[in-house]
Design a protein around this ligand. Sequence first.
Ligand code: ACO
Length: 323
Amino acid sequence: MTIRAVVRGVGHYLPERVVPNAEFEKSLDTSDEWIRSRSGIERRHFAAEGQTTSDLATRAARAALADAGIGASDLDAIVLATSTPDLTFPAAATMVQAALGMEGGFAFDVQAVCAGFIYALANANALIVSGQARRVLVIGAETFSRLMDWEDRSTCVLFGDGAGALVLEAQEGKGIAADRGILAVDLHSDGRFKDILYVDGGVSTGTSGHLRMQGREVFRHAVEKLAATAETALEKLGLSPGEIDWLVPHQANLRIIKGTAQKMGIPLDRVVITVQDHGNTSAASIPLALSIGKERGQIRTGDLLLLEAIGGGLTWGAVILRW
Ligand code: ACO
């Protein structure tokens, strides 16, 4: 018998305010056409004034708990992937814990920028397979609009706010690739690439700072590293890309998504794509894509999913999950 971390519920939340590309034409030398053709993004959601990452995370968490048919008191742990916590500390996860009325268990944040949800899933999986937790709420939530330099057209048009969540539960499997749940994980980071994607603020500067990115360099690393980590995760199970039902990539840029799918030989009709509707929501993008993909009827019980992401650090990785 093998213990597997199996998805029991999924949910998401996008803030009410929708900002179409055309809105940036009023304040920047840019165009809807440029943004669409370079990134695939058509609109994004921005959090309202005073609405924080833990607010978004709590809304997504409630939706996932409702989908799972359980309450917060049934959870053993909350793992929240974010690079935009409400405060430097405590962890936004503990704020979600309080908002949900969960008095037992434990909650913590994982910070791996856009790869954060992959890292959070790896942590939650380890807690479940080692027997330390039976039910774990895994959330990706971000308010990247708070990190934008609104005069930098090369970054501020690309990002948005949102949250998505999964309830993972320990269930018995047979130890084979036909099991439901998390089947393989592959994680990487390389701190030598800090300067191509970072935020120029924090405790050392006394400001929360702005996102700085060398877009072309990030693009170059993204396609190559995402395809490599996905292939490593598949090799761990002896599977080929042709056996994947859905590629669920980090939703940063349509050109990166297409480039990676093409490199792996996965046709676009087997890729869940949501970036056009919410831009790059960093750690929230994969759970958003999972939740929206399920709503659209694309992702069904038993489907084999390949999740992959890359973010600041650089950090990157992949998870293979049977839904
Ligand atoms: N509107 C109009 N022109 C613009 C804009 C804009 N919003 N932004 C940049 N430009 C200009 C540049 O100034 C440049 O002009 P120049 O040639 O006169 O200097 C020109 O467009 C081309 O700029 P490039 O950076 O070469 O454009 P590129 O085709 O590489 O596209 C982009 C830029 C979209 C950022 C691309 O490099 C990219 O997608 N990179 C990956 C970024 C990404 O997705 N990061 C997130 C992944 S990691 C994470 O999620 C944290």
